[in-house]
Design a protein around this ligand. Sequence first.
Ligand code: BTN
Length: 250
Amino acid sequence: MHRAPPLRSLHLDSVDSTNLEALRRFAEEPSRPLLVSAGTQSAGRGRQGRAWQSPVGGLWMSLAWPLSRPQAHYAAAGLAAGLAAAEALEAMTGLALQIKWPNDLLAGGRKLAGLLGELHVAPLPLLVLGIGVNANFRPEALGPGLLFPPTTLLEQLGRPVDLAALREALGAALAAGLAAFDVQGLAPLLPRLERRLPWRGRLIRFTGPGGSVTGTLLGLDPAGRLAVEVEGRVEHYASGDLSGVRAEQA
Ligand code: BTN
């Protein structure tokens, strides 16, 4: 296990977005990674410019991580962080978690958590890695119209979790995961990531910047891109969303 540098951490009752707050506060002490969490967010941010609902009872947290390698090294950092989070959450709760590429953690086929990595060049080269875990509330507390059906720890476990303990364990796991990723990159993580992919060997619909395609999910390539067989050719996708397709829908 790689040792993470000592973290500075900060918990707020409420903030616009912990990703934004971590970016604003990081420069106060730029030599140390900074963990910012909040009880609720008024402008939580999701992937692809989407909004992220953040009711009280969830775990909303961001880690500002100074880059020690060239920026290109961090293209797949979100995958490494997602794996670290999945393994830590699984150890804490006993739930079996899948990773819906690139950054969604699923429990029972529903979305339990999402991660958002944002790279910045100023004030210093920095990765802000945010994670939102639907924890101590019912899925109905999230409004309708979500891209993927949600679940929560309360629903999965039938009891509330200790949010402070979860925050501490997940923060430590993310920092250790990123410290290892700084040194080793993605290669040693690929088998563990692929084992957690839903729909491997099955039909999926992929929607990316170039539109939607249906194909067979093969796995990940060494860069962490999604490898999909589409009409006899292997395509590699770096960003987008996927969902499973039932054979009769194809
Ligand atoms: C997604 O699945 O679209 C990613 C969601 C990431 C949400 C977290 S909550 C903490 C941090 N602050 C934000 O504004 N977003 C991330």
